[in-house]
Design a protein. Structure first.
Length: 213
């Protein structure tokens, strides 16, 4: 591992997306190395050496090789680069509830490899979109009820890890045609975060490997 910070990611990965936002907020310059999940690069020997799970993101930083986006967010917090965990335990535990509702419950079943396996089992390509919509909509309806009523951010007046996890999931919802316009708290958070440069620069459309082609 070199002294530079290197992010191995995939442009549409929601886990990678949340980490790009975090690195931008922290002001950490990094070199992005794409790992094409559709082409199966995550299962190649070089990437399995980086991450035995065959997942993204992987972050080389401070002489360490880190995996799992939420663990990396905590590392950025613990090393003083971010301040996104509420000091109030009551707010912090609610934030973790939102984060885990998305990162632990919703995201895993809508993972690319899970959806691909569904298509493999059924032999019907249309099942991928149906699968995604089946889980994303009710998951986001539940999260809507967990967000702060006033905002402007997910947990109130301050940006938190919940916003970094929510915005990529909303991107995924839009991609699969899941309506969210009737969810005012989610809509409010999305509009607020869209105005932040760190979020805008991390958007998949801005980091697509072929964006300049």
């Amino acid at each position: 591992m070199s002294a530079e910070t290197v992010l191995f990611d995939y442009w549409r990965s929601t886990a990678s997306y949340r980490l790009r936002i975090a690195l931008n907020l922290a002001g950490v310059a990094y070199r992005a190395v794409p790992v094409d999940l559709v082409a199966g690069e995550q299962r190649t020997a070089p990437h399995l050496t980086r991450n035995p799970q065959g997942l993204v993101p992987v972050l080389d930083i401070d002489g360490l090789r880190l995996t799992q986006s939420m663990a990396i967010l905590d590392y950025l917090e613990d090393t003083g680069r971010l301040n996104l965990r509420p000091a109030d335990p009551a707010v912090a535990v609610k934030m973790r509830g939102v984060v885990q509702a998305i990162a632990c419950d919703l995201h895993p079943v809508c993972n690319q490899r899970v959806a691909a396996h569904v298509v493999e089992l059924t032999g019907r390509g249309t099942d991928r979109a149906e699968w995604m919509r089946h889980f994303i909509r009710p998951g986001l309806v539940a999260v809507e009820a967990m967000l702060d009523a006033v905002g402007p951010y997910a947990m109130g007046e301050r940006l938190s890890q919940a916003d970094l996890v929510l915005i990529p999931q909303l991107y995924n919802a839009e991609r699969w045609g899941v309506p969210t316009e009737d969810l005012p708290r989610l809509t409010r958070v999305a509009e607020t975060c869209a105005g932040l440069p760190a979020f805008a620069a991390a958007h998949p459309d801005r980091v697509h490997p072929d964006r300049g082609a």
